[in-house]
Design a protein around this ligand. Structure first.
Ligand code: SME
Length: 162
């Protein structure tokens, strides 16, 4: 049986610490991008229960929809467009407390209220972004940024270093 990543009694910091402790060994022997990303979204969903969790993959001039958990989403995003496109073009994490205040935000779902997008950067190049949407305002802060950046750093080492 596969492990579960359910930590409902823990506060946010402890939850991230436990998540990284449990999840990183779980993907250590697998390097297939789609598979690892798919299980990452499932595990994050179990651990945190956010509304939408997914990866967009850099393919030529676009971000293309990758593995995700949540509602049907848009297939392609141009560089610099929306929150995901900004994370790609600026190669930095975007924390958006209110998506309606973000110029050019792309509304895949009317339920999204706040968002964080973390780029996966390997040797200076953005290879993908991790996009997480919440149905409540101001869900994400510097704690989320710190731990999700750590997660994405580990994912990059696991997926792109060979
Ligand atoms: N809101 C994102 C688009 C992707 S969906 O949220 C799944 C953006 O503005 O880039």
């Amino acid at each position: 049986m596969e492990p579960t990543f359910s930590y409902s009694t823990l506060d946010k910091t402890s939850r991230y610490e436990q998540f990284l402790h449990d999840f990183m060994p779980y993907i250590a022997d697998e390097h297939e991008e789609v598979s690892v990303m798919a299980n990452t979204t499932a595990a994050l969903r179990q651990a945190f229960g956010w509304f939408w969790i997914g990866f967009y993959l850099v393919r030529d001039e676009h971000l293309v929809l990758g593995p995700f958990q949540g509602d049907v989403a848009c297939y392609r995003i141009r560089k610099g467009r929306g929150v995901c496109g900004a994370a790609w073009s600026e190669a930095t994490t975007q924390v958006v407390p209110d998506v309606e205040q973000f110029p050019g935000h792309i509304a895949c779902s009317g339920s999204s209220r706040s968002e964080i997008v973390v780029p996966l950067i390997h040797e200076g190049t953005v290879r993908a972004v991790l996009d997480i949407d919440s149905d409540t305002l101001a869900t994400f802060d510097d704690t989320d940024r710190k731990y999700l950046e750590t997660l994405c750093k580990h994912l990059c080492e696991n997926l792109y270093s060979n």
